[in-house]
Design a protein. Structure first.
Length: 257
C-alpha cells in the first residue's frame, strides 16, 4: 500500500497513515487503503487490538483532501461521503477494540475517524475540530451523529456550528478523549491501554462492544434484554469456562492460546 503502514506485534496491530506532505489528509485512495487495512487486521486471528495513528508529529488526520473535494458535484460528493461513512462503520463495528492515538491535528474527517474509534488517546499538541461550516459544508462522515452522542448535544452544536479548533485539554474535559499525554509518550500509553484489554477474553470483549454499540440506539429495556442475552450466551463458551475456572483456582486465565 502507498499510504498505509501496518505493524503487528504482541497481538496489537498499528495502522499508520503516512501522507505527511498533506498532513495525512484523506482522498479516495487513502480511504480505500484504510478500509483494506482494517479489514485485514479484523480478520487476522493474531490481532486483538488495533491502534490507528498518523505519521509525523503534526497531524493524526487533517481532514479530507480539500483540493479533490473542490472538483466534486453532488453525485461525486454523495459517493465520497458514503465511502467515508463505510470506513467509519467498519471501525465502529470492529469486534476488536480500536484505539485512536491522536498525534496532532484531527480535523473534519480526521475527527470523524477518531469518533468512530472505541477509545481516543491524544498527545498534548493535538487539536480537534469539525470546521466544515467554514467551507459552507457540514460533517459528512458521522460528525453530526457521533459527536452529540459522545459529548452531548449542546457542546456538539457549539463545536460543529462554530467550526473552531479545541485543544487536547478541552477535548479531555468534555469527554471527547480518554487520556492526554506528552507526544513522546503517546504510543506507549496507547499500547499500555491495549495490553490491559488483551488480558481479557476476546469473545467477551466482542460481545461488550456489540452491546454498547447497539444499545446506544435502543431504549434502556431493549438494551438490557440485549445485554442479558449476550451475558448468558457466553456461559456456553470455552472462554467463559476458562475465565471462571482460572478465578476459582487462583491463576491467570489463558484466553488467547
Amino acid at each position: 500500500m502507498k499510504y498505509i503502514q501496518i505493524e503487528i506485534k504482541e497481538h496489537i496491530a498499528t495502522i499508520t497513515i503516512d501522507r505527511q506532505h498533506a498532513l495525512n489528509s484523506l482522498n479516495s485512495e487513502v480511504i480505500a487503503e484504510m478500509k483494506e487495512s482494517f479489514e485485514t487486521c479484523i480478520s487476522d486471528s493474531n490481532v486483538g487490538v488495533i491502534l490507528l495513528t498518523g505519521a509525523g508529529e503534526k497531524a493524526f488526520i487533517a481532514g479530507a483532501d480539500i483540493k479533490s473535494m473542490q472538483k466534486m458535484g453532488k453525485i461525486e460528493a454523495l459517493m465520497f461521503g458514503k465511502r467515508g461513512q463505510d470506513l467509519t462503520r467498519i471501525i465502529e463495528h470492529s469486534p476488536k477494540p480500536v484505539i485512536a492515538a491522536v498525534n496532532g491535528f484531527a480535523l473534519g474527517g480526521g475527527c470523524e475517524i477518531g469518533l468512530a474509534c472505541h477509545i481516543r488517546i491524544a498527545s498534548e499538541n493535538a487539536k480537534f475540530a469539525q470546521p466544515e461550516v467554514q467551507l459552507g459544508l457540514i460533517p459528512g462522515w458521522g460528525g453530526t451523529q457521533r459527536l452529540p452522542r459522545l459529548v452531548g448535544q449542546g457542546k456538539a452544536v457549539e463545536i460543529i456550528t462554530g467550526g473552531e479548533m479545541i485543544s487536547a485539554k478541552e477535548a479531555l474535559d468534555i469527554g471527547l478523549v480518554n487520556h492526554v499525554v506528552p507526544l513522546d509518550k503517546l504510543l506507549d500509553k496507547s499500547r499500555q491501554v491495549a495490553q490491559s484489554i488483551l488480558k481479557n477474553g476476546p469473545e467477551a470483549i466482542r460481545m461488550a462492544l456489540v452491546c454498547i454499540n447497539q444499545g446506544m440506539n435502543m431504549t434502556l429495556d431493549q438494551g438490557l434484554d440485549l445485554e442479558v442475552k449476550a451475558f448468558s450466551d457466553l456461559f456456553g463458551t470455552g472462554e467463559t469456562k476458562e475465565g471462571l475456572a482460572a478465578f476459582v483456582n487462583k491463576r491467570k486465565p489463558n484466553f488467547r492460546n
